[in-house]
Design a protein. Sequence first.
Length: 331
Amino acid sequence: MINKNSTINKKPTRQYTSLICLFSLMGALLLGCGASDNNQTANSNTAASTKTSETATTRAYTDYKGHTVDIPTTPGRIAYFGENYGDLLVLGVQAVGTSTSMIEGKIYEKKVQNVSDLGFPIDLEKTLALQPDLIITADTDEKQYAALSKIAPTIMFDTFAPLNERLVHLGDIVNKKKTAEDWLAQYKIKEAEMWSKLQAKGVKPGETASVFTYYPGDRLFVMARTGLSQILYEKNGLKPTPLIQKALDEDKGFVQLSQEVIGQYAGDRIFILSTPSSEAQQSTEQLMKSKLWLQLPAVKQGHVYMQDIGKTESDASTREWLLEELPKLIK
């Protein structure tokens, strides 16, 4: 996962904002008369035809860091480096290359086909060999951006932006904006239906929720802007606790905390995200055996839910899957 906006790792090279652009095409039209003028007119028609063709195949786009670049109107060979590859899938798009470590263990992993591994960090030689016509990167490192821009038109993209914003932006970039808007409209209907089901199961309006996870090194985090929190804190859903809301207001991806203050972040319902790390799993087990943990109201009421962190991403494909899974999880 490319982490962003946290208190311990504020993603120094990966903070994102939205996308913007400028486009410039020049054409020359030569006018004249007589026999020589005919040749000039033919040249002018060719120039005009070329200009029309260029206008149809490229357009201007300025990313959230202010880089102005001409991108293909309909990209055919996309190199995608960042989280939320599942967004591309719901748009019916496959990249030619990505960092495959970011899709391992995801619910959509088997749907990713014929995509080359670009490594992590991104391998410039492998990227060049794929001959992409567009590079989309979540990394905001300017040196890397300059190197990627020599390979193909490159834009920086906020892969952690809210889904309803992120998917429309991505759809616009890959010429699938209408597809993105239609998908979001259907998703909102299904999402409302899911929360109605959960409320029928006893989830009360205004209940709070917290999402915790351990990383290697005995590091405990509460999620804010990233992952499962994005679906839980939607309209009609569960609410963040005051300290989590503070982190959201500060646009943080997550906050590292000590076990001693976990009660200050714990909501009426608690979600624990497990990672493949045996060290992190051991830390989670020790936490759940502690007196501090056992005294939490959510724990006493049996409102604690475990899920694989790889199945709680905020991409469109995973969120669609979670609409069916959350009612199963919250029993």
